[in-house]
Design a binder for this molecule. Sequence first.
Ligand code: G1P
Length: 285
Amino acid sequence: MTRRVRKAVVPAAGLGTRFLPTTLAVPKELLPFDRRPAIHHIVSEAASCGIETMVFVLSRGKESLLHYFLRNAVAIRSVDDPERQRLLEEVQVLREQMEIVAVYQEEPLGLGHAVLCAASAVGDEPFALMLPDDHFIPSPLPALVEAYESRGLGGMALKSVPDNEVSRYGIVDVAAEEDGLYILKGAVEKPRLDDAPSRLAIMGRYVLPPEIFEHLLHTRPGVKGEIQITDALHQIAATHGLIGVLFGDTYLDLGTWEGFVLANLRISLNDPVLGPRIRAMLSQE
Ligand code: G1P
């Protein structure tokens, strides 16, 4: 079995309730951040880690995520602004680098279930799991890919969180720390503070062995009555070993309205062209 991480699964079947009413018609993964839709950043991040195939897990009505990556020569020809042309060409380059396939999650039964829906598209090989609400600068994925390809160990990005955020995330149980990696002995989904084994939260980048699918098949509904990927990870820690890579740099949460606005503000204010213009406009308010 290959140890190369060639595929990435992107769960994108959610209804985007926090972004209603926009999400009545537009998938939240297409909302723009730094001039490009969130899904563009995900595919671009995957491409820069050597991923060759994206598996989008969709629900009915979210096919526009695929349409975004269709070849669109007419749009490129009809745009004469060089900056816009460059952005359009970026999409084409991604399209040429990446095979994009879609599978459906027909019922909202949880993140673990969404991943299970990708089982036959992934097959018997390791894969990256990328949650499109979470954005990182820089990406923690290369370190996870490297850990899998060199040691055969699956893992995920971790962030140290304050007490009041513990129950929003999957929280890991650490066995040891080795060469900057955490060796994990388990994980709990959204624990109460008193039950949390640490303050290290799972963030939305994982590299997983194909055996996760077998564990997911036997995972019963957990927190919120949903099939949780974290419960299957807990099993993987015991059967195959699992690591965590601490991520300390910029994390942008596009899954909430405040996080989405803040992400756009931070990126725009740091942009050398846009930043000064926005500051000037704000000072005239
Ligand atoms: C999911 C995972 C959770 C993880 C989080 C990261 O939760 O179930 O373990 O910590 O993503 O963003 P969700 O945000 O879907 O509730």
